[in-house]
Design a protein around this ligand. Sequence first.
Ligand code: VOV
Length: 248
Amino acid sequence: MVEAVETMDGWYSLHDFRTVDWTSWKLATEDERKEAIDSLQHLLVKWDKVEDGKDGSHALYNIVGQKADLMFMFLRPTTNELATIETELNKSKMGEFLIPAHSYVSIVELSKYRPYKEEHPEEIPEIAARLKPILPKWEHVCFYPMDRRRHGDENWYTLEKDVRGKLLYEHSMTGRKYAGKVSQIITGSIGLDDWEWGVTLFAHDPLQFKKIVYEMRFDEVSSKYGEFGEFFVGNHLPNEAIATYLEI
Ligand code: VOV
């Protein structure tokens, strides 16, 4: 039997996509709109404090295209905290104007294809920081889910572990060329959501998303074994830009 790989798992992740109900927003009174913006700012300040305490992280992006208007990404130690955040947002005044568009539940994951001499590599500070990352608030985000193919001869799950490790090593060599240009967070979602992994990329220049994803299509691990879901691309929306974004 083919050996599975052990994973190191960090914070749980929720990608929460919302569409602004612009018609209701325009019909609301100025006081209602102000109350709604204040309620969102209040939540953001609360989430900022969690991030300052290194108990989680979050980021907000304005999605380009019709799939959604906003993407909140939350990282927390438990799924209970993620559900609480989602409910708090729904109950807030702003929640009255946010229509759920899509969501994705997963957990930050690193695999142990590379052997570690340490008994608990997840405790190595550099690895611990990657499992519980503070999200880089880079200007642009790209999120998509993916699977590893299991069709006929192209079946990731019948490849020996060392072969999979070698293919992922080659993949990492392509990734390394984008150091400083693209930062990636891979979240595992087998048993948690519809696809097997979530890929969240951050960049200063959105063109780099096209460059890296295109180049990786030629890596064997993607060309033979990659299946991809819907792509979402967005621009960072810092707290101080929200009022302007929602201004009518
Ligand atoms: C931005 C650069 C970058 C870099 C440096 C990088 C490196 C690495 C390393 C070292 C490893 C293996 C060990 C681990 O850390 O788990 C991985 C693992 C993984 N990757 Fe990656 N990846 C990048 C980027 C990167 C991208 C752009 C994609 C999407 C692929 C595409 O075709 O659209 C991706 C996917 C993945 C996935 C789904 C996994 C898990 C597969 C599994 O079977 O376990 N990844 N990745």
